[in-house]
Design a protein. Structure first.
Length: 246
């Protein structure tokens, strides 16, 4: 599989999303936590996955803890990306929260849960419309200056938001929905023109696509800057996704 440079690390273009490693509603522990740990170890140690994507909101907090249990101490080539800026009042409920003091507390908590001294790549999970984007990114930039974040990314953003962010700091990656049934995202064109890695989440439309291999190939053929992160909690599905390219 060809590779891509994201946040200073060169990794295979196909990474693993971890949103499914929770209970129903992206809430609480998965039905089989030991199985989730084994799946993560299989992905990295057996199948060569070097890009793991997670978020503090998955569970919340659950998946970051599972990742530490499975993979710590982390192999140096591994790109571990997480996201902050979203709160979870209840199952299936997501709310952006971008107040600088909250973002700082969230980064510190992710560092503790992951057992890391630095987050390789930290995304602003959502832009909080109640807080100026400059303030949200300014706090993440301060944390980067302090060495607690390696690089900063954006999730679920428009071209105008990426353009604004680009004027404030280097944007390491953009993560938006893109798949063959949701194929239109104008942010992709902005990223391609400006050399920003584009990380499609929900690349298999939450498992609804009949031919996952063809769907991923469609994404990978769009541009060498595209790096999908399919997710699964099924070890058989995991091997089907990654073994042919490994």
């Amino acid at each position: 599989m060809n590779r891509i440079a994201i946040a200073g690390k060169e990794v295979p273009r196909l990474g693993l999303g971890t949103m499914r490693l929770t209970g129903p509603g992206t809430w609480g522990q998965p039905a089989d936590p030991a199985g989730a740990v084994a799946l993560l170890r299989t992905a990295v140690h057996d199948l060569g996955v070097l890009h793991i994507d997670t978020a503090d909101a998955y569970g919340p907090h659950t998946v970051e803890e599972l990742i530490r249990r499975a993979l710590h101490p982390y192999p140096e080539p591994l790109l571990l990306a997480t996201k902050v800026g979203m709160v979870r009042p209840a199952p299936n409920i997501w709310r952006p929260l971008g107040r600088p003091e909250y973002l700082r507390a969230a980064v510190e908590a992710s560092l503790r849960r992951l057992g890391a001294e630095q987050l390789d790549l930290c995304y602003l999970h959502r832009v909080d419309p109640a807080v100026p984007l400059a303030d949200q990114l300014g706090e993440l930039a301060a944390l980067r200056q302090e060495g607690k974040i390696g690089e900063i990314g954006l999730s679920k953003v428009t071209p105008d938001q990426v353009r604004e962010a680009d004027g404030l700091l280097p944007v390491a990656a953009v993560q938006n929905v893109l798949n063959v049934t949701e194929p239109d995202d104008p942010t992709l064109a902005y990223c391609m023109v400006n050399g920003i890695p584009y990380v499609p989440y929900r690349p298999l439309n939450a498992g609804k696509l009949p031919d996952p291999a063809a769907a991923l190939r469609w994404l990978l053929d769009l541009s060498p800057m595209v790096a999908p992160i399919p997710g699964t909690a099924n070890p058989i599905h995991l091997r089907a996704l990654f073994a042919p390219e490994s």
